[in-house]
Design a protein around this ligand. Sequence first.
Ligand SMILES: *Cc1c(COP(=O)(O)O)cnc(C)c1O
Ligand code: SF4
Length: 356
Amino acid sequence: MTAQWQKQMQNQVNTLEKLSTYINVSDDEKEAIQSLDTKWGTTPYFASLMDKDDPTCPIRMQVIPSMQEKVNKFGMKDYLLFKENRKTEEVRPDSIARQYTDRIAFTVIQDCGIYCRHCFRKELVVDQDLQLRFDVEEGLTWIGEHDEIRDVLITGGDPLLLSDEKLKYLIDSLRAIPHVQMIRIGSRLPIVLPQRITEGLKKAIGGFHRVPVWINTQCNHPKEITPETEKAVYELMSCGVNVGNQAVLLKGINDDVPTFKELHQKLLRTRIRPYYVFYCEPAPGIDHFRTPVEKGAELIRDALRGHTTGLAQPMYVLATNIGKIPLMPDYYIDDKNDAEYTLKNYKGETTRIPNI
Ligand SMILES: *Cc1c(COP(=O)(O)O)cnc(C)c1O
Ligand code: SF4
């Protein structure tokens, strides 16, 4: 039997004709779809969230190609090879990206539920002109041989597109490695294909075990959260899987104070813990989504810290080839001398504590 989520994948909205059954496609969108040589597409479910008439709809901007993708003033050539730190001395399988001593990113699949126009892995996932070999067995063997690796981050593509059987094998194999203490899965499916969270999936990745599983999803705008998302997240938590969010700061989508605040409040209400907000990386063809670097810190200062629940606060980071660099606002320490610190809150009020 074909599950509902598999039908969604078989019926991907990835042609002009199919897209036209959901929205009134604009001339610009039409031109980009017809002239750009790029992979694009979305699940019918996510397409159904698009605004019919507004090309600046946050769902449309993330899904539908744009002629602006041809403008590439700041994108770095061979960005992913640089970013994933592959040009180093250490010999590793293609599936293993390493920036830290105790944890790695393990790429197991190249396909996604939707092909985000802002994807920093575009060269691999969207344009597919980077050829790497993703061999799960080879990756598992490498992890087994490196006993300093205690945290494995399964990534892609979208790992939850693997069948229940393959996921179960992957999770069981990692859980059998004595030095693996935790597993993380990066997946947009709780947002773009919540139908994927089935009883079968819960059995494959959940359950009480020495090695917990965390999912980090990607949600960039409050419009992406529906009652289906809420149910899917609840189901994941009901089998012991924690859910966090890694948003991308995107110009014209979530870079204003009201949207940024609503996004984080709504995530928390949906039981998704905001984890990171990423600066939009200097990958090729995504200049039009990029804000100034300072923007994320300003949004945390003006929309989140002090303005809403502490649990709704993500860390703003720039992901680089040498790891993630925190770029949080720095207004808190107003002054410091031999006697005391002067500290500032979100309203600009100050207080003093002794410098011990
Ligand atoms: C993001 C990333 C990690 C995980 O970083 P955390 O800050 O622990 O979430 C690990 N390895 C690589 C290569 C990464 O890109
Ligand atoms: S789901 Fe992730 S890997 Fe896939 S296109 Fe979107 S950002 Fe890229």
